[in-house]
Each structure stands twice: as C-alpha cells, then as structure tokens.
Ligand binder design. Structure first.
Ligand code: AHR
Length: 690
C-alpha cells in the first residue's frame, strides 16, 4: 500500500495541468536598485594577503609578532627595529656568516608557497642600504660603497640539481635607505615557490671572494606579479579580481565582517592604518588567525597592503558602489563578556566617530582637505564618490544603539547625503533582531544589515521573507547569507546553490524593500580557510567558481531595471506546496523580459508563461543550472561539474496546447502569447525573452 502511494505521488504531474505563470508585462513594476547584487569582501580564509592582494612575500616588513615568521634564516641575520618606516620599524641586517664557506641569507615561504607561472614577470622590490659591519656591538668598519644581494626563486621540492630556477642580483649602493627593484621572468611554473636571498660577499673588484666586513640592511622585501588587475603596482591578483568583476557587482562591502570589530578594540580594523605608503602600514593580527581551535593559522596577519584606497579603487574599477564598514567602538560581542567592559566608553567615543567623518573626507573631500590630500597623494585626486557607510558589523544590545545614535547624529550633521547602514544583529530573527529593527528605523538608518547563514529549509521556505516588511523607512541590506548544508557538510554543493536561487526570487520580488544582497564569505584559499562555504575558492595559481557563484552571476547579469508582477492563480510564486515547489520572479531588463524560476521539486514540470500585455515574443534564451547529484560541487580539479548551460528558446508553435507533454508557443483566444515549457526537477532556469 505504502509503495502504491509513493508511485501515485511520483505520477502526480502526469495527471496535472501545466502551471500557468501570468506575467503582467505592462505593469509599471517596482525599480530594482543597481546595488541589488554585490560583493562582501572580508579578509577571512586568506582572502586578502595570500589571496586577492597579489603580494607573494609573507611578513615582508618583519612586523608580525614574531618578526621572522614566514622566514628561514641562515648565517648571520639580525632583526633590528630602527628602520626607516616609523610604523613598521623592523628590518634585517645581513652580515658575513663567520666562515668563508658559509652563506648568510633568508628565505620566504610565501602564502602556502608562491604561485609562479612560466613566462610571467615578477617585480621584486626591497629597501636596502649598506651598513657598518660590527663585532660584538662595536663598529669595526664604515659601510661599504656597495654590496650585492642575490635573489633566487626556488622550488624547494624539486629533484633537479638546482632548486633555484630564476635569479636576479641587486647592487645596493650607499648607506642611505633606498628602494631597489628588479624583474624576474619565470622559466617554469611552480605553484609553491620560495624566495631565497643571499648576501653576496664578493669584493668590489671581484678579486677577493669573501669580504668579511660585508653588511647590508634589508626592509620591506616584496614580490608582485607585474601583470596585476589593471596593472597597479600595489595591485590585485588578476585572475581573482577578474572573477569578481565578472559578477558585475552593484556594491562592494569591505573590509569585513568580524575583522572590523576586533577581538579587542586595539585589534579592530583601523582604516587610517591602511592608507599611505604601503611600507608604513602597520600590520594587525587577523582575528581569523585563532578563532577556531580546529583550524589555527598563527601566521595569519593583515598587512593592510590591500587597504581602503585599494578597496575604493577596486570598487570604482568594477563598477560597484563602495560600502565601507567602520567600527562603532565595540569589540566583537561574540568574543567578549560585557562585564569586562570591552567597548569604548561613551565619553571616549569621539575618536571612533572622527574615524568615520575622516573616512568620508578621505573618500569625498577635496584634494586640499586633510584626508582628501592623502587620497590625492596616493593617486586619486578626484573624489571616490562614497554614498554608503555602515557603522558596526553584527552588533546588538542597547550598548550598540546608544553608540550608533551618536555616530548618526554627527555624520548626518556633517554629511547628510551619506546613506547610513545599521545592524539587525547576527541572526535572521529572534529577540535581538526584533528589538533592533524598530530601533534602526527610529534612528533613521537608510539600510539595515541582516545576516543569515542557515540550512536548506530556511532558503526553501523564505522566498516570502520580505513580502510583509514595511515598505516605508529603512531598507534591507542582506549583507551576509549563504546556505549551510543541514547534513553538516558545509560545501558549496549544488543543492545549496539551488535553494539560494529560490530564495533570491523573493529578494527580487521585494526590490522595493531589499536594496542590496551579498553572499558571504566571498573568497577562500583551499589551504587556508577558516569558514565555508565560500563563493570563490582559489589556490596559488587557479580560481574556482562555485555553483553558488553561478547563481549570483545569473542574478546580477539579469538584475533588470523593474520587477514585473508574476503570479500563479493570483499569488506570487514562492515555493508553496500547492505551487509544486516552484519559486519565480520576473524583471524587465531594457527591452528583455527575464523570468527566473527554480523548481525545487524532484520532478520535471510543465509550466506555461502567459505574457499578459504583450503582442509578440520574438526570441529567447534559456539558461539552466542543474545537477542530478545534489551534493555535486565544482572543485579546482573539476571546475565545470555544475555550470550554467545556455540554449536558444525554441520558438516553434505548440502542436496541442491542451497536451501536458507538448511544448512551444501559442496564442490564447485574446491574442496573449503563451509559452509552454518543461522545467527539469531541481533546476534553476533563467528565461530571457525579447
Ligand atoms: O562571514 C564570516 C563572518 O560571519 C563575518 O565576519 C561575520 O560578520 C559573520 O559572523
């Protein structure tokens, strides 16, 4: 009997009529914000140093808490702290090793090695000077007129005779600190190379092989691919940046996340430390270094080489609105007991508010202003045109509200045009969420940042999440969301992407309330992650677009300008049981009508589009994302396991519209074009008609 019921259920669509989706193409429809689909960048999972930021040398300024972390030294190497850069004072002094057959030098391990590609060029730069050789603290010589330092790119694991596969020599002239550069051309590809540095102890005329008074100081040892994104010197890894650009994001939220807050206030992200010459940007321990006992990365620091100027520049170049997040004077609430008074006292809040005001000046002020001049000196005299600012990340409680209020008062007073973003806390609902929303409205936040990492069921059932939000007042920024598999497998598998696509029809339908949405986290190094799933994975040479990436991309490429009402029996299509688990939405994009539809059921269904208000539909394309395997995922070795497939829509006439199994076009009695189509089970489909 049980088996019979199961069989009947499976046959249900056989007896059913096609689901008719009425698309009111003539309705005015609500506008979709250009910011709707964007990026949330946080330096988690080695997303910045070791990831998007193209620097290959780890701890280039010897400023980690252990100044030699990331380095091996040999011979006679001393760390010193009276270097030329005030906020990065450490450097290394290299001296004669003490024996004619011994070498002095050091070797950097990079971030899980250094990704070097055959035929590509890599620019090495270093600050250096000749130094007086000292014995037991006594000066024993004047600095030499010049010294030589050799740089080797090495493959430490090779079975070849030589580990070194490329080398360059720099001649260090004089005892003043100067920047030196040389360029390697890689003869081969090595995904995990190292940079080995030798003090050369030749005499100046080459007649004496070893000079015992040889001594040189090195600081800020840096290696970048020459070919960075848009060719910037302190640039971004091109393949990763282009992968992000290809999402056509409307907004870029940065620099996090939890890293904005800091475990302690001292460790919060301080944007002023991230601008100006890179050599003088102090490092900060990354809070993802130690967050999970089961995934420790003691060498995870923020160099701030990818700092606020670079974020603004990147946002501008990819056509996204910049959305910086700034500390509200509260350390991470998850990591601190309020009894310990971890936050800035109210009477001490002004410097934090000043940071926000100064940031706006940095982004938008004239080149003659204090902070605008910093931007101008860095190469961008024109304002960046900042429009949005978030105060605090995942905050809650009255402690937050009272602080936020003070920020808002002063920012509104000075910069009324800036749109401010408050927080709805870390969860999709619950006590904090329910308390915060009315408070954010009352304070007058333009947007409220909601975060929800949840299981499949949440996304399947929440296409209606925003249907009943108030239409007036603060708008929604879904600032962090991702489906985390309920089986505990937090992979970027197809099923997670599918339910996200269903949920996102609800974002689109509610574009008058939801102004921005960003999947999180964005980037992860396969050897350095703390959190998954993530939208884009990479190793030192390759980048991987997850199935979730393709869902985001299908939405952003087909964002549209206006939402078109789409209904089934007069109701929005939200995955209800009597809607056979279909979720759908539609937009006008120029003169194209885009219909997004997710079939969450296991079976193929016949669906009929009724193009109310249209006379003719002349062409179309259909893009589908599907896998028979719910847990299929793209990997670096199999990047195309689940990718979208686009085909032209068959424009031929339906031979018998009353037959459930026959597809194609026909016209209803009133002349309305109708299109019958089949949507496979567990499929996300995007139709684009003209
Ligand atoms: O995205 C990872 C983390 O999740 C973010 O840093 C934080 O805002 C959230 O808790």
């Amino acid at each position: 009997m049980k088996r019979l019921l199961v069989t009947l259920a499976a046959l249900l669509p056989l007896c059913a009529a096609a689901q008719t989706l009425r698309i009111d193409t003539g309705a005015e429809g609500i506008p979709v914000q250009p910011t709707m689909y964007g990026l949330f960048f946080e330096d988690i999972n080695f997303a910045a140093d070791g990831g998007l930021y193209a620097e290959l040398v780890k701890n280039r300024s010897f400023e980690f808490d252990n100044p030699l972390m990331g380095w091996k030294t040999f011979g006679n190497v001393e760390v010193r702290d009276d270097g030329p850069f005030e906020r990065c004072p450490h450097y290394v002094r290299l001296r004669y090793a003490g024996h004619p057959v011994m070498f002095t030098g050091l070797e950097n391990e990079g971030y899980f090695g250094m990704g070097i590609e055959q035929g590509k060029q890599y620019r090495l730069s270093v600050w250096a000077r000749t130094a007086p050789f000292t014995v037991k603290g006594r000066k024993s010589s004047k600095p030499a007129a010049k010294e030589f330092v050799t740089f080797h790119l090495c493959d430490d694991d090779t079975m070849e005779e030589s580990q070194m596969f490329a080398d360059e020599v720099i001649e260090v002239v004089g005892s003043e600190w100067k920047k030196y550069e040389t360029v390697f051309t890689a003869p081969c590809t090595v995904p995990d190379a190292t940079l080995r540095i030798f003090l050369e102890t030749w005499s100046e005329d080459g007649s004496v092989p070893y000079r015992k008074d040889c001594c040189v100081d090195l600081e800020h040892i840096s290696l970048f691919p020459v070919d960075t994104y848009n060719g910037h010197d302190n640039g971004l890894r091109k393949d990763i940046a282009e992968t992000l650009e290809a999402l056509h994001p409307g907004v870029l939220r940065f620099p996090g996340g939890c890293i904005v807050e800091g475990t302690t206030l001292e460790q919060r992200y301080q944007w002023k430390n991230s601008v100006g010459p890179v050599e003088n940007r102090p490092v900060n321990m990354n809070r993802w270094n130690y967050t999970f006992a089961e995934r420790q990365f003691p060498d995870y620091y923020q160099s701030y080489g990818l700092g606020f100027y670079e974020f603004f520049q990147f946002a501008e170049e990819i056509g996204a609105k910049a959305l910086p997040v700034i500390s509200c004077g509260m350390a991470c609430q998850f990591q601190n007991d309020p009894e310990d008074h971890p936050h800035a006292a109210l009477e001490d809040l002004q410097p934090y508010i000043d940071d926000a005001l100064d940031l706006i000046e940095f982004a938008n002020g004239p080149a003659t202003s204090q902070w605008g001049s910093v931007r101008a000196q860095m190469g961008h005299p024109e304002p960046f045109g900042l429009e949005y600012l978030a105060v605090g990340n995942e905050q809650w409680s009255d402690e937050f509200v009272v602080r936020l209020r003070k920020f808002v008062e002063q920012i509104r007073g000075r910069y009324p045009e800036i749109k401010l973003i408050g927080s709805a806390g870390p969860y999709s609902g619950g006590e904090w969420f329910d308390e915060l929303w009315p408070q954010m409205r009352e304070i007058g936040c333009d947007l409220v940042d909601e975060h929800y990492y949840s299981w499949e069921g949440f996304y399947e059932r929440n296409a209606t999440r925003y249907d009943n939000y108030p239409r007036e007042g603060s708008k929604v920024f879904a600032g962090e969301y991702a489906c985390h598999g309920s089986d505990g497998k937090k992979f970027n598998h197809f099923n997670a992407a599918l339910v996200e696509s269903a949920f996102m029809t609800g974002l689109e339908r509610n574009a008058d309330v939801v102004y921005m949405a960003t999947y999180a986290p964005l980037l992860a190094h396969v050897k350095g992650w703390q959190w998954r799933p993530d939208l884009v994975w990479f190793d030192n040479l390759r980048v991987l677009k997850t199935t979730n990436y393709y869902v985001q991309q299908l939405y952003s490429l087909n964002r549209g300008d206006r939402v078109v009402p789409l209904t089934m029996n007069g109701r929005p299509v939200v995955g209800a049981r009597d809607q056979r688990e279909l979720c759908a939405s539609a937009v006008w994009q120029g003169d194209s009508l885009v219909v997004k539809i997710t079939n969450l059921s296991d079976y193929s269904q016949t669906v009929e589009f009724e193009f109310a208000g249209m006379q003719e539909v002349s062409s179309g394309t259909l893009t589908t994302l599907h896998s028979d395997n719910a847990v299929a995922e793209n990997t670096l070795d199999d990047p195309c396991a689940v990718v979208p497939v686009t085909v032209p829509v068959d424009m031929t006439e339906c031979p018998d519209p009353s037959n459930y199994w026959l597809y194609g076009w026909y016209k209803a009695g009133d002349g309305t074009p109708r299109f019958k189509t089949k949507i496979g089970g567990r499929t996300f489909a995007v139709y684009k008609f003209k």
